[in-house]
Ligand binder design. Structure first.
Ligand SMILES: [Zn+2]
Length: 498
């Protein structure tokens, strides 16, 4: 088994489909995905079998197969250099992760960037919106990914606005936007910003065609400012209920210190219950009218409602890098590692917090709001890739049916990126970013986890699931092979750290 994995982890990875072997990571002039049952990504029901033709990184044709002709062997099938047989599998758009951080270190300890990029791809993530990392390095990765030099999702770069030196006033805010524009970024991420600076920087961003993602914390601004100034997406959620508190301020204990992360996360668990429902609906209507989307990152708070679950996820065994493991340990020096003295009372508050937020998400969408999906992994026990799939499960728990959940992570995220004309759908003319999944994600979103699922078929227990092929930019990558590489990276790092 071990030898096999090492063999398979080499760059020249083979997988048997029909009679010709497909090489993982190679571009073919004309690749056909045959017999696909397609989930388009726009919320419409699955449909197939169909043959998908991929040329030059684009979907150039989708041919519906006539079942009668198929059974007689007279069906007209498109020809190609090579084919992936997706019979019995589901084909869907590559997932877009709207809240990602490209990380090559955790807590100052190096972590190979390959580790993260490969897990993302193996989890079916073909696009990420990076909302804060080392900007120059990430711009370089964006280029390498665009040129298919590395195994990586497409990258959209939204650097942190409040880097050193932090813009202190409107003029400095505008200057920072122009500086980012000159660097060639795709958008800007804001966090902990004063209202006058936010107004000026958003105005300048709009003039320069840059989108704005707002980590809307409990700060001077709240969702009303996002509505007024034209934020593209609210990240997380705090600024939303905060805008719907009747008295205008959450009822903090007198000793509360926002800089103390235990305080901050503990009382964040009290925030949703303080929002007034009628005011909240007004906030939602304002967001809908101003086209402010909401990317709730539900997964990243899960440790707050169930610490034991978060600390014992099964994929940690083979795939948790020791650098990340170290970073997750409770330590006041690391962002999000605040679980010292976390109590059952805190968890009970957070469970209620989730219930209110999930109902709010349903209200928001019902009123016309745009919901995206992102995982914010690399913090608080959330691993890259796995975190986004967990996010999808939580959207289902919130009450959205799987077709809508997948729409959140494909079509809706493409809209947030302003890429809805080319990304996020299995549709002719769109970029060929798609997944061949071993199982039906509409029945069970867990089939997307690379670790798969246990099932009973014909009275026998089997292990199945996982993305089989992640096709990005028309290039097929064999996902289990990528995870074998990840396993090796982790095993080596663990051996070296002993
Ligand atoms: Zn984040």
């Amino acid at each position: 088994m071990r030898t096999l994995l090492i063999l398979c982890s080499a760059a020249c990875l083979f997988a048997q489909t029909s009679t010709i072997r497909i090489v993982s990571g190679r571009r073919y002039p004309r690749l056909i995905v045959r017999n696909a049952l397609i989930i388009e990504g726009n919320g419409t029901p699955a449909s197939g079998p169909k043959d998908i033709v991929i040329e030059n990184g684009r979907i150039t044709d989708i041919v519906a197969l006539d079942p009668v002709a198929l059974s007689r062997g007279t069906a007209r099938r498109p020809a190609g250099d090579i084919a992936i047989d997706a019979k019995g599998k589901y084909v869907m758009p590559g997932l877009i992760n709207a809240h990602a951080h490209i990380q090559d270190e955790r807590g100052g300890i190096p972590q190979p960037v390959d580790y993260e990029l490969k897990i993302w791809m193996a989890c079916g993530i073909t696009t990420v919106r990076d909302v804060g990392s080392d900007t120059q390095k990430t711009l370089q990765l964006r280029k390498q990914s665009a040129e298919d030099e590395i195994v990586a999702p497409r990258i959209f770069v939204y650097p942190m606005f409040n880097r050193n030196p932090v813009p202190r006033n409107a003029e400095e805010g505008r200057a920072r936007v122009r500086e980012f524009k000159a660097m060639g970024v795709d958008g800007i991420k804001i966090l902990g910003i004063y209202r006058d600076v936010m107004e000026a920087m958003e105005d300048e961003a709009h003039k320069n065609g840059l989108r704005v993602a707002h980590h809307a914390g409990v700060e001077e601004t709240n969702a009303w400012d996002d509505i007024k100034f034209g934020t593209t997406s609210i990240e997380h959620w705090y600024g939303i209920p905060d805008a719907a508190i009747e008295s205008g301020r959450q009822n903090f204990p007198a000793t509360y210190n926002y800089n103390d992360e235990t305080d901050r996360f503990r009382y964040a668990g009290h925030l949703w219950r303080e929002a007034n429902h009628d005011l909240l609906m007004k906030v939602f209507d304002g967001m809908v009218e101003a086209h402010v989307a909401w990317d709730p990152t539900l997964d990243i708070y899960e440790a707050s409602r169930d610490l034991t679950r978060a600390q014992n996820q099964p994929w940690f065994r083979d795939y948790l890098h020791p650098t990340l493991a170290k970073y997750f340990e409770p330590n006041p020096a690391n962002h999000g590692s605040y679980f010292i003295g976390w109590t059952s009372t805190d968890e009970a508050f957070w469970k209620e917090n989730y219930r209110i937020e999930m109902a709010a998400l349903r209200d928001f969408e019902k009123r016309g709001g745009l919901i995206g999906a992102g995982d914010d992994a690399g913090f608080i026990y959330q691993m890259y890739g796995f975190g986004l799939i967990r996010e999808l499960e939580l959207h289902q728990e919130a009450g959205f049916q799987p077709l809508i959940v997948l729409e959140h992570a494909t079509v809706n995220n493409a809209k947030i990126l302003g890429q809805e004309g080319r990304l996020g759908r299995v549709r002719t003319g769109y970029l060929a970013d798609l997944l061949v999944v071993d199982g039906n994600p509409l029945e069970n979103l867990k089939v997307l986890y690379p670790t798969g699922v246990d099932d009973i078929r014909d009275g026998k227990m089997i292990h199945s699931g996982g993305v089989e092929w992640t096709i990005k930019d028309g290039i097929p990558y064999y996902a289990p092979g990528l995870m074998a590489d990840v396993k090796e990276i982790v095993a080596k790092a663990r051996a070296a750290s002993k």
